[in-house]
Ligand binder design. Structure first.
Ligand SMILES: [Fe+2]
Ligand SMILES: [Fe+2]
Length: 221
């Protein structure tokens, strides 16, 4: 992907091909779903952003593709290994770290009170959700099932909306993942980890909502 070509590509095309782009968009309040079919230049103008700066931020992510394969069995495998496994590996540690940071700074006005509970909730809700995808929906997709998957997909999409709410709450609680000047290393590490989790989850949701699921749905209104 070359820099000069970025402004003419749609937000969804870039989000799907360029790893980490969802995080660049999210920080600039460009909604990947709302702006899916909008060229980058237009999406930037609508937010009053400098297109050259935005292109540079995206180009800085590197030219490497996100690594998401195009074929459905490969894509499902990628989602499982790159996102499901990663969330399961990282979330318990993040929740535990948040618990320690909250306990260590009970009087600090900027302490992320409630973050540990939020991450624990994410762990439980995502765990249930991913188990449903892994046990029912994804095996059917990988096997090339052509019957109706509309109903389970609708349930998954509905749960994704709750995950998006969770992301917003996470960003709000951490004040955009910005640790205060006097934050200790654990606190800083917590926010770095939380931001990485948020970027991963946003990309995970994007791949399922905008790439995988539409392959098994009739045209949605
Ligand atoms: Fe998933
Ligand atoms: Fe999902």
């Amino acid at each position: 992907m070359t820099t000069h070509a970025l402004r003419d590509q749609t937000v969804a095309e870039i989000a799907i091909r360029l790893a980490g782009a969802t995080s660049v968009f999210r920080r600039r309040e460009i909604d990947v779903c709302d702006c899916a079919d909008v060229p980058l230049a237009e999406a930037a103008a609508a937010q009053g952003l400098d297109i050259a700066e935005l292109e540079a931020a995206l180009a800085a992510l590197g030219d490497a593709p996100s690594g998401a394969p195009q074929d459905t069995p490969g894509l499902v495998h990628h989602i499982l290994t790159r996102f499901h496994d990663t969330h399961r590996r990282e979330l318990p540690e993040l929740a535990e770290l948040a618990r320690r940071v909250e306990a260590a700074h009970p009087e600090h006005p900027l302490a992320p009170r409630g973050l540990a509970d939020l991450l624990q909730r994410a762990l439980v809700e995502l765990g249930d959700h991913m188990a449903k995808e892994e046990q029912v929906l994804f095996p059917a997709m990988q096997a090339g099932y052509r019957g109706s998957l509309e109903m389970p997909i609708r349930v998954m999409r509905h749960e994704h909306e709750a995950h998006a709410d969770l992301l917003r709450a996470l960003e709000h609680l951490t004040r955009g993942f910005a640790a205060p000047e006097d934050a200790c290393p654990s606190w800083r590490a917590l926010y770095v980890g939380a931001q990485k989790f948020a970027a991963d989850l946003a990309e995970h949701l994007n791949l399922e909502n905008n790439v995988l699921f539409p392959r098994f749905e009739r045209r949605r209104s």
